[in-house]
Design a protein around this ligand. Sequence first.
Ligand code: UDP
Length: 386
Amino acid sequence: MSKRKVMLVFGVRPEAIKMAPLVLALAQHDAMEPCVVVTAQHRALLDHVLHTFGIHPAHDLDVMQQQQTLEDISVRVLERLAPVMRAERPDIVLVHGDTLTTFLASYVAFLQCIRVGHVEAGLRTWDKHAPYPEEMNRQLTGVLADVHFAPTKWAQDNLLREQKDADSIFVTGNTITDVPALLAQRSAAHAIGAWCANRRVVLVTAHRRESHGDAHRRVFRAIRRLVERIPDVVVVYPVHPSPAVRDVAEEELSGHERIRLIDPLGLVEMYDMYRLAYLILTDSGGVQEEAPSFGVPVLVLRDTTERPEGVAAGTLRLVGTDEERVFSEAWTLLTDARAYRAMASVANPFGDGRASARIVEALEYTFGMRMQRPEPFVPGRKECGV
Ligand code: UDP
């Protein structure tokens, strides 16, 4: 009997990182096969991840252009994806998260009467404009999806509030918690590692569109003040290539001997940094979910998060972008060992390293290959492989 074809469509770095464990799991399956399609919304960062995991897409739509608008990307994805899906006729299309690719691939699949599975379903801020355009991308995808892989119970509850059919929702954990085990034996020996030796490393990542400009400037000023006040602290900031981020970062943070602005890190290098980091300041979603696997506290540089499980569990604290607030929250964690330990010693609330295994089981159930639904992810158990 021929294998069920599972098409996975994604276009940017974090989607690729989170879909990679699932692609690898499906490639091992006896009765299902993956068919990877990349839109390459962001070229270089995506390619790096594909290379890291040895994934070779069946189709590369290569939509990225210089100074592309969201509408430009949308038109190109629709034009190029439709014939690919029509030719491949997959049994199901899996999309991830909340990018334009996510929504547009779901829409094309819907138009062609192909089932849609949404990985990392049910995250919500309920604010149409924040994060922009991601909140609408994921809500619209939720409307189109037939199967929802909710990472946590909170995400499942959001979907139930929207009247999604309970049988169509599987609580799987987040696939990003599967990645540390896949990369456990790898190390990249980046020069920054030696530079960090014997000092407390504050790792910074900040790229969100709604923080471009003044909000980033306030955060960067707080970070510079911290470094000036605490002599054993160094800051490593892999700066996102967007000029809107890079220019402000260079204006506020360059020229200090204990601050390094570096190019984006490869994933293996990034995981090395997690192992070195003492504290993380970020507005990235993926980083909020990964850092607890390494026991590193995270201050979230946003006013809202669609990952409240981390705040409730105590691994994340929402600090916004006010300079004084960012400074004082980071100061507390760098000077108060008890406050630090309370945040650093929590099991990852986002997953236990078995998310892609559960999604594969849920697909088996959906295709009628198994009779029982997979057991849902329940937080609190120690992750495997970290
Ligand atoms: N990441 C990386 N190199 C970097 C910065 C981040 O590999 O220099 C990884 C990080 O480990 C995480 C993902 O990129 O897995 C997060 O992506 P990003 O912050 O771009 O997007 P978001 O998660 O906010 O959608």
